[in-house]
Design a protein around this ligand. Sequence first.
Ligand SMILES: [Fe+2]
Length: 188
Amino acid sequence: MIQNGATARRHAGLESSALLPQAARAHGRAVATIGARLAAVLELAEEEIADIGLAAALHDIGKAAVPRAVLDKPGPLTGREWRLIRRHPGEGERLLRPSFADRPTVLAAVRAHHERWDGAGYPDGLAGAEAPLAARIVAVADAYQAMLETRPYRAPLTPAAALAEIEANARSQFDPDCAAALRVVVRA
Ligand SMILES: [Fe+2]
């Protein structure tokens, strides 16, 4: 099959997810599924739903630029280590820019996936709708899926318990409309 330039570059961008460990790739795929479902509930256009799926799958690609010892550290992080972690959204945007120059929604969502509704997130401290909707959707999908997964320090939550946690943090951490959409997705 002959690929045009944009398709070939995008393929290269998706392959960059191989930079992440297997568990992170599996997490990305699950976040992509939930993110696309949230986007559909919010009645976004087909192209936006596709962009959100891509951004959700690749949202943590910038962690490839953070030392593994910092990512895997079991105890509390030092200030310097925390600064390294907080660089991963911007690093992800930078890494994906050559492959997704024609899909600004993907790049913006990757950069803003750790912003919070109350403006206390990173890297840019965007509040409310200042963060792109695609990023607010990925944030909810990422946090929900993470709670369903086992972590060394806790058992997985049930879908109902994870949904309750997202709803409890709507308007502080999460976009309330995205939290409401998650209720529809989880109950479906
Ligand atoms: Fe992240």
